[in-house]
Design a protein around this ligand. Structure first.
Ligand code: SF4
Ligand code: SF4
Length: 419
């Protein structure tokens, strides 16, 4: 029965998206020449009423799901709340605004005082982190539309080898660093631009991103929540905050009989096994390893910082003003005006002073230079801490939810014989 409902939603999600794309009522006009219609990433301006409604629905859904997870421990209720979130925040509100993308608004506001961050973005950014601090990732369980669309289609999940999880688990940190760098330099909101599911929600956009979303959804049938686990930059923050959550969902509350039923029920490999007494003995070797990684980490930070900074020019090239300045510098002064690229014609007709453009572009490139050092250093730090974390030993004599990786989906709870 459960699978029938899931299959029904899988077909519903795919059909809503594909039919709409196939049946474009107003096909794009064909222009002569090389002109390509630019893809806009800015959503329509919404009336203020909708903003308040979004905030109210968002906070209410977050509160209800948290209560359902912590108090009722009901998987069925979490599932139906996921369906609601997918329909409301995903298909009805077009996946915007979403907490995952809001971290870019926050980064932009921190580095650009002239940028007025919408109140909705602040609330959407802070509220899930606040709830996570106390109750774990209840937001991921069924409020995030990106998580919900993947969770519903996790029909045949397989367990992944730990090394795969560790290696691919580094991607979200890199993605987070890049997203902050591009937002802080005022270049682009890459999380929104490359959001793989937003095309499904909006029924429009690039076929490349639609294809990536489709691949992720098909992969998600077998590898549960691939975007959440191996890409989501906001998930990095939630993971870190959730580790110190006070009232996280627990399975057997200290009465575990080691039957392993919860372990096989979790599609995300988010349950830590008992460690066994053997591993308790060799503490001296672990201390030695920790010291080595403690020394290696600063070297890693410097090496990766330096390496990434070598590519600051390429990273800055994504910025429109930097590209325009480069084009202006290389343009042949004697070239026929009619054959100039459109962006140069637009710049010339705006009456702006080219020296100002060069100055601004140079300042952006410098910001990328500093930013790429920080990004590289951050990646080195994450590598170093990941290595060190592998050596940290915490004795466990029962099966426990891994507070950082657990999405509080409550799948494991009904399987546990301890009630
Ligand atoms: S990990 Fe990211 S995409 Fe997944 S549910 Fe959490 S916030 Fe949403
Ligand atoms: S509640 Fe956490 S540990 Fe349990 S099945 Fe869901 S993700 Fe896994």
């Amino acid at each position: 029965m459960k699978h029938k409902i899931k299959y029904f939603f899988l077909i519903l999600v795919l059909s809503v998206s594909t039919f709409d794309i196939i049946a474009q009522r107003f096909p794009a006009p064909e222009f002569e020449g090389d002109y390509k219609i630019p893809q806009t990433q800015i959503s329509k301006v919404q009336p203020v009423f909708f903003e308040y409604l979004d905030i109210a629905v968002f906070l209410a859904t977050l509160s209800v799901i948290t209560w359902v997870i912590i108090k009722k421990r009901s998987r069925k209720a979490v599932f139906w709340i996921s369906v609601f979130s997918l329909l409301y925040f995903g298909f009805y509100r077009n996946g915007c605004i979403c907490p995952v993308g809001s971290l870019q608004n926050v980064s932009m506001a921190l580095f650009h005082p002239e940028y007025t961050i919408p109140v909705t973005a602040i609330i959407f950014f802070i509220a899930p982190l606040g709830f996570t601090l106390f109750f774990g990732r209840t937001f991921c369980a069924g409020v995030c539309p990106l998580g919900a669309i993947q969770d519903i289609i996790a029909l045949r999940p397989v367990s992944l080898k730990p090394w795969i999880r560790y290696v691919f688990g580094l991607i979200p940190f890199i993605y987070l660093g890049l997203a902050v760098l591009y937002a802080a330099t005022g270049t682009d909101f890459i999380i929104c631009r490359y959001d793989p599911f937003v095309e499904f929600f909006r029924h429009s956009g690039s076929s490349l991103i639609f294809g990536i979303g489709g691949i992720l959804l098909v992969t998600g049938i077998f590898v549960a929540r691939p975007y959440c686990r191996f890409f989501c930059p906001y998930g990095v923050l939630l993971n870190l905050v959730s580790r110190v959550s006070r009232r996280h969902l627990s399975i057997a509350n200290g009465k575990c009989v080691n039957c392993r039923l919860c372990e096989s029920a979790c599609p995300f490999d988010a349950i830590d096994k008992p460690t066994g007494l053997e591993s308790k003995k060799d503490n001296r070797g672990l201390v030695k390893k920790m010291m080595i990684y403690g020394l290696i980490t600063p070297v890693l930070i410097l090496v990766t910082g330096w390496s990434v900074s070598r590519f600051h020019g390429e990273l800055a090239h994504v910025n429109f003003k930097v590209r325009l300045a480069e084009e202006m510098m290389t343009i042949d002064k004697n070239i026929n005006n009619a054959t100039l690229p459109d962006e140069i014609k637009a710049f010339q007709s705006s009456g702006s002073v080219v020296e100002n453009l060069y100055r601004e572009a140079a300042s952006i490139v410098y910001r990328f230079y500093v930013g790429s050092w920080i990004l590289g250093g951050f990646i080195g730090l994450v590598f170093g801490l990941t290595l060190a974390r592998l050596t940290i030993f915490r004795y466990r004599d029962e099966y426990l939810t891994n507070k950082g990786n657990c999405y509080s989906c409550v799948r494991c709870v009904p399987y546990c014989p301890i009630k």
